[in-house]
Structures are given as C-alpha cells and as structure tokens.
Write a protein that binds this ligand. Sequence first.
Ligand code: G3P
Ligand code: CA
Length: 268
Amino acid sequence: LSPARPLDGDARPSVIAHRGASAYAPENTLAAVDRAAALGVDWVENDVQRTKDGELVVLHDDSLRRTTDVEEVFPGRAPWKVKDFTLAEISRLDAGSWFDPAYAGARVPTLEQFVDRVERHRQKLLLEIKNPQLYPGIERQTLEVLGDEGWLDRRHVGHRLIVQSFSADSVRTVHDLKPAVKTGFLGTPPVADLSSYAAFTDQINPSHGSLSAGYVAAVQAFDGAHGKPLEVLTWTVNDAAAARRVAGFGVDGIITDTPDVVRDAVGG
Ligand code: G3P
Ligand code: CA
C-alpha cells in the first residue's frame, strides 16, 4: 500500500459504511447504523433531504418509492417525492421490509435521530446533502440541526464530521456558513480546476471507476480549504479486489456497503 494518507491518523484508508452497513441492513436506517457499529466501523455515510413540512430526513432517493411501502400506504400520491410528504406521513412508512422482512417496521429516520444514533455509538459522520436544488436553504438548516445536536463543537468538528455534496454550490455554501466544518465535493473535477475547488473543500470524492493513481496524487498535491492536503474518499467499493486497487492509489478513505469486506482487504 501507499504511504500514509491519514483521514484518521492511520496509514490505511479509513472505511466508511455507505448509507450505514447497507449490504446487511436497510440503507439509511438506524438499523444500518447499528450494523456498522456491530462490525466495528466508526464512519457512517448518509443522505439528507427535506419533507413537505420542512423537516430533515435521511433517505437516498428523492422519491420514497424504492425503499419504503409508500405505494401501498399512499397509493394516489405518485411519484411519491420526499418533498411532497409531511414528516408525520413519512413516519408511518415501513423502510425495512423491502430489504428483508426481518427489518419490518424500520422507519425513515429524521436527521436528529440518525445523528443521535451515530453519537450513541461514538461513530463519525459523513453527511451528504442530497438534491440541494430541491431544497433551498438546506445547507443552513443541516448545520442548525448539527449544531443543536452538539456536532459543531470541538469534540466533533475537524475529525468526526464531514459534509459532502455533488453540488459544488452546496459545498461552498456549507464552507461559507461554517468554515470550521470539513467538506467534501463528490465528483471528479479536472485537475486544471482543482485549485478553485480547494478554496471551499477539504476533499475530492470520486466514483472509484473514474479513479487512477495519477488523479489521486494530483488531488493530494493541493492544499484544501483548511490548508491541509486535499483528501480523496472513493465510492462505492464493495469487493476486495477493488478495495485493494484504490488503496494502492493512496486514497484516504473507502466508502462501501460491505465495510467488513473492505476492512479485511485493506486492513483499515
Ligand atoms: O458517499 C458517496 C456516495 O454515497 C455518493 O453516491 O448515490 O450513493 O449517494 P450515492
Ligand atoms: Ca450518498
């Protein structure tokens, strides 16, 4: 493996449970956080969106259809967008049965509930702001919830919290609102553009299919928003060979549905 590129002060890439340990429990539920904790995984990734009545919830798709029973509970409400349902309505949905009947009754968590569970396990949070174009002001609101939950204090900021997005505007907004918070941009910007990204982000987080050793090295040669070398977290790496490949490129972290497999492969 490459020499140290420590996200956690370790020479090996950090292992991050994607949507929780989502190969083994329904994604973005408290059960998936618990499963990651049971595997001894201390970083958890999630996706944050907003309900019709303005509450932040943890869900990947902008529609409730794939990961809940919303079609059965609210049959006339296609296309079942998160933004068209209140929190009370979403709280009635089963977010576990689609994955496995053993998880029947799992709920779509609020961001507060999710963060509380991560905190209870003493884990770390890689929070993705999803579809920010649908939710004006979601960056400020997310930071307010994190602040209310104590995640902007010194015990968390800098080493236990990263806020990332596919939207550069959203990442920049988070950085401008709360410069102390570590940020990540999801994507693979051209090397020629990296200096502009480095003004507001601490990480460049590409899909592993688009990754090369040269690109990782080029990113890490820049200093990011906090004056430290830009980090690279890559996603979504679910098998041992791919994990070894990206570890060999010197990435700082690997985002995975199967954190046990990746940890066994790279020793993170
Ligand atoms: O954290 C990276 C990864 O989650 C981005 O893709 O679609 O799974 O949110 P997606
Ligand atoms: Ca995500």
